[in-house]
Design a binder for this molecule. Structure first.
Ligand code: GRG
Length: 295
């Protein structure tokens, strides 16, 4: 298998799936639909739907139900980016190599587009209920996604992050923030793929644990890129953590320790993945590629 070619092919397929589930641009609310679609079409690595699809395949899934769930998690993720870029939060001008949604459509429209994307994600997932023989698995998947995205996951982590902005922070608190703000949204697709494919509870928990480690590694790598990359490569401003007075893994532990931690977490995730059924070749290479990612 040529990993790069396979990744490009799978990412293109995912673009097609996402496109199918985007709202039509028409009617009195056309401006809102355009703002939603602008952020969804702005690019992005599509890692979360890819994780979901790969986990689904690992456990032998073969129905179309996975597609609305894949589109939905990218909508949830994109909503978080649109809102995170707003003046009240990071106040960023660029995301995914393009002007941020509020810079193009205005702040009010970006707030509404983020809200609408989050809501549309659940409407989209619900479409999956009529696309599977295992409706219970679809219901459990929706519950997992809403849990990992909300108070007990991404949003909870983000709120603790925002409250501690500019304050000194211990590793323990930073670990909590990363586990929720970032890992939760990488655990969720691995879990949902497994659940929809009919994996056992132990296997779903195993995928959650893998997502937790990959999520931490992903966030620490994000901290590293913020101080080592360029805006052209990253598609968003660099040194934004410094600008926002953020404590990060890099500011607490230094860049070399941060790099070692990324490698260590990825290795641990790889070992857990090796114990899962199915062909793990692509997912394993994908995890490795995330350590070396440049954006
Ligand atoms: C709802 C305001 C709000 C925030 C939720 C997830 C999050 C918290 C904010 C987004 C910004 C951020 C730093 C998230 C941490 C996770 C992370 C590194 C996201 C970027 O994900 P990529 O690299 O982005 O997969 P692309 O653009 O490739 O999809």
């Amino acid at each position: 298998m040529n990993f790069k070619l396979e990744l490009a092919r799978k990412t293109q397929d995912i673009e097609g799936i996402i496109e199918k589930y985007l709202p039509a641009e028409g009617g009195p609310f056309i401006h809102l639909a355009q703002a939603m679609n602008y952020s969804m079409r702005a690019g992005g690595k599509r890692i979360r739907p890819l994780f979901m699809q790969e986990s689904y395949l690992l456990f032998g899934g073969g129905e179309k139900v996975i597609e609305p769930f894949m589109a939905a998690i990218e909508m949830i993720h994109t909503h978080s980016l649109v809102h995170d870029d707003l003046p009240a939060l990071d106040n960023d001008d660029y995301r995914r190599g393009k002007k941020t949604t509020h810079r193009v459509y205005g702040e009010a429209a970006a707030i509404l587009a983020g809200d609408a994307l989050l809501n549309y994600a659940y409407e989209t997932m619900a479409k999956g209920f009529s696309m599977t023989k295992n409706v219970e698995a679809a219901a459990v998947s929706m519950r997992v996604l809403s849990h990992k995205t909300g108070l007990h996951g991404m949003l909870g982590g983000q709120s603790v992050d925002v409250e501690n902005d500019g304050k000194p922070m211990e590793r323990e608190l930073l670990d909590f923030i990363y586990a929720n703000k970032t890992s939760a949204l990488l655990e969720a697709p691995l879990m949902v793929g497994a659940i929809l494919a009919g994996a056992s509870i132990e296997q779903v928990r195993g995928m959650e644990s893998i997502g937790n480690k990959i999520g931490l590694a992903f966030q620490i790598q994000d901290d590293i890129l913020d101080v080592t990359s360029t805006q052209e490569e990253l598609g968003k401003p660099v040194f934004s953590d410094e600008k926002n007075h953020k404590v990060t893994y890099v500011t607490l532990e230094g860049i070399e320790n941060a790099r070692e931690k990324v490698a260590e977490l990825t290795q641990a995730a790889q070992e857990e993945l090796a114990g899962m059924p199915g062909d793990k070749t692509f997912l394993s290479e994908l995890f490795t590629s995330l350590i070396d990612r440049k954006k």
